[in-house]
Design a protein around this ligand. Sequence first.
Ligand SMILES: [Zn+2]
Length: 459
Amino acid sequence: MGRYDTVVRGGTIVSPSGRVSADLAIRDGRVAAVVAPGTPLETERTIDASGKHVLPGAIDVHSHHREPGFTHKEDIISATSASAAGGVTTSFAMPNVEPPPNSVDRLQPMFELYERKAIIDWNVNAAGTVVAEIPGLATCGIAAFKVFMVADTGRSYPHMPGIGVHDHGELLGIFEAVADTGLPLMVHPHDQQLMNHIERGYWERGERDFRAYARAYAAHDGIIWDSAAALLLRLQQATGTHLHLLHTQTTGVVEQLRRAKSSGQHVTAELNPWAVFLGNDWETVERLGSYALSYWIPEKNTEPLWEALRDGTIDLISTDHAPHLREEKELGWTDGWKAHTGTPSAQFYVSLLLDASRQGRLSLEQLVELTSAAPARAFGLRDKGRLEVGADADLAIVDLEAELEISDEIVLSKNGWTPYAGRRVHGLVETTIVRGRVVYEAGRVVGEPGWGRQVRPAR
Ligand SMILES: [Zn+2]
């Protein structure tokens, strides 16, 4: 069998189909053997995982790394460090950076930044807003296109020109062009015209604080989300494009997804942690104001969302990790529309999910399906998301019994705060390994900038 680089001994390896007590041997960055515990193996390094669970590393296909352009909030090194500490081994960046990567000329320099700086594996979801650029972008090894339907937010959050399209005809053109590439199209659903009307009502009444902002986005039972999802699903049906729906958060969207999937439509959907751990609790919104807002998701949606995660209607969980400075959030106490929308979560979401699993919300098998196996499948990452011989040795060793006390002090993101501060959760990420290399252990990021590689989809 020869000599291995690393053997992870004594752990319980979790996959979507079950758990097995086994030793996992790594050579040249790949899983080289999975054998009965205690099998004699020659190895450079042994990692003792007895009593621990070994999960395939989380694949986060939706993260805001903020570089280039907004590195006062976050950058590639800090975002991939926070992700590594959270058990994430692959992270895809969203394109609302400056300049936005909506052309090959803008995407290539971004790749160069990642090649020098990323600690974990990566890709960039290019902005698919310029139809003429879509075929060229598709040849760059990207795994998806992204379009925001947000056209005008009336605030300074970086939804800059070049990433947002709301015109239905333009969207149809984009769906058609992306269909020809065979790549998925990620869309942030948002009905701008309904929102214009809803916002005007709040503003005319002089209601501008974080509560008004929260309520506006949830108005009429989430009508802006439901209406946008209906349009997107119809565009998907018309073009055959693989639609990846972002920010699933209303019962109405869940029902639409169920129908679309049962009629065979090519759609995948994601849930972001804030939908079930943060913005679904009005007391938390009152306590933290804009710090708790991505969006307010009235609590009656929470159980239907968990159910949709368990039954596969929602395919996967990605973070929508969105760090902002305190001063960019403080504005929200008086003007929710001036505060920057979004919440950081890459460092803690796996722990939050492990804790939820302990409470019976999800099995561990469902957890690794949602955080790793499903995103790998949805985006064609053939060597990721599974701990089988030949696959990349991307894994997180977790202690289900250990308690993590989440605090601002341990935040690795540049913004320096987390909306989850003060929570104690069971489920601690102890070690994270990317292609055989330990990038996080014993509470420290030990990976090196430049180790991360672009994860190209199998075509
Ligand atoms: Zn996002």
